[in-house]
Design a protein around this ligand. Sequence first.
Ligand code: SAH
Length: 330
Amino acid sequence: MRFLQGLDEQWLFLEAQKVKESVFGKKVFIRGVVEFSNYCREDCLYCGLRRSNRSLSRYRLSETEILDCALLGIHSGIKTIVLQSGDDLSYGTGKVAKIIRDIRKLGDVVIALSLGERNRDELEIWRESGADRYLLKMETFDRNLYAIMRPGKIFEERLKVILNAKELGYETGSGIIVGLPGQSLHSLATDILRLTDLKLEMIAVGPFIPHPDTPLKDAPPGDPLLTIRAIAILRLLNPYANIPSTTALQFFGEEWRIWGLSAGGNVVMPSLTREDVKDLYNIYPGKNKGYNYVTDLLQETVEMIRRAGAEPSFEKGYSPRGSYEKSTQK
Ligand code: SAH
């Protein structure tokens, strides 16, 4: 709580950085995200892809188009392809399984999925098809806030997907949004502890950014400094987790993303989404803006990492958490 309030901030950031470097050195892993559909059956209050947002033109990429995006990344050296979309069930179990298998054939890459709440059987089939990672942010662990932010959705069901992914042997990721309207500092502190309890391989924390076409359009944005404090605390509590300096931090200026990499973050996740649709993956305003070609974005990402005094890495970058836990159990 006190650290979230800014107590010993310099110490916190330096210590988080030390812990990160003791595990990952100066490396920052680069993952490529293919945002293949902005259709969504959910109605999350914060998100621009919510189904009630009628002013957004919707797109779905075909399998070949998804493979083309992945290939562009692979040619640039990317070793992790993250497949992300709104909760769009038109990409059924078999279709996603085929996409996973076909991307694996393109090169020696790790596949991470971020497809929302999907059932255990699907997760199992995708795991068998070659997906190694699953990302699903809880967004908040505060049940009251959750019920408001995700109307009609059940907290336990989302949590269950995370637990299923863990059981199925995925490297599993979750996370939160900092500064959701109505979120108290106490609630954020609880989120940090709950995330840590989950023993995750990946933890993502991004600031809330109000989207003009959502009911939260007039709410104030989340505080980027508070977000970075949360990242630093999570690093101290989860030395072995892969923690991105999230794209949402960039909304406040590149210096914030650099700061995230200097306070415990060790991952960045640039978009590989095709230029003609990337702006439509508009979860918050400004997402995927500011570059014309994916290759330019990758180049900018590498330069940003160097500006942070770190070393861009195209390794697969698994979390050493699993092996660490096994070795300490002996
Ligand atoms: N449908 C998938 C992917 C969602 S988009 C799923 O539910 O997992 C990925 C992330 O974007 C979400 O998990 C959420 O944390 C973040 N996000 C959405 N709207 C946002 C906003 N307005 N500000 C900040 N982050 C947002």
